[in-house]
Design a protein around this ligand. Structure first.
Ligand code: MN
Length: 166
């Protein structure tokens, strides 16, 4: 279940050592919410997808990165919400710290929620609860409609990200 708080985020990090932003929740409705995908060379290289929803960046770690080809599914593991300021973060998290390794912005832009039910838009918060997001990305690499679907079979935080057919 989405919690929308930064408690996990704050608890995992020691801000005396990491330069990651401490951040706080900004309750603001944005007409053009942002997304970022950060390439994170941690113990295992992965890509972190973050979507601005209700004042935080709701986040998923994608081991293989997003597929740029239609219908190709990629595993996405939901991780702790991050502060909005994290969308600008690039740098190296020092050894022995949570997520140690280098973070680089791979793509960044705005997105639209395109999920509809019976012709009506479904709020993002509701989509998260139901484990079914449909997002139109307006980035440089990520461009077009993607679905993020929570899997029911496996662990509770596992989702699949796939590019939808146009
Ligand atoms: Mn990461």
């Amino acid at each position: 279940m989405p919690k929308h708080n930064l408690i996990d985020y704050m608890e995992k990090r020691d801000f005396r050592y990491t330069k990651e932003p401490q951040g706080r929740i900004k309750k603001q409705i944005s007409e053009h919410p942002i997304f970022v995908i950060q390439k994170h060379a941690a113990s295992h290289l992965h890509y972190d997808l973050r979507l601005q929803i209700n004042g935080v960046l709701v986040s998923w770690a994608i081991p293989k990165g997003p597929a740029l080809i239609e219908s190709e599914k990629r595993l996405a593991i939901q991780t702790e919400d991050h502060p909005l300021q994290y969308a600008n973060f690039e740098g190296t998290i020092p050894e022995r710290n949570y997520g140690a390794g280098t973070v680089k912005i791979w793509d960044k832009g705005t997105f639209f929620n395109i999920k509809e039910k019976n012709g009506k838009p479904v709020p993002l918060e509701e989509c998260l609860k139901q484990g079914q997001l449909e997002i139109f990305f307006e980035g440089k690499k990520m461009n077009g409609a993607y679905a993020l679907i929570k899997t029911k079979m496996s662990g509770k935080d596992q989702w699949l990200l796939l590019k939808m057919k146009q």
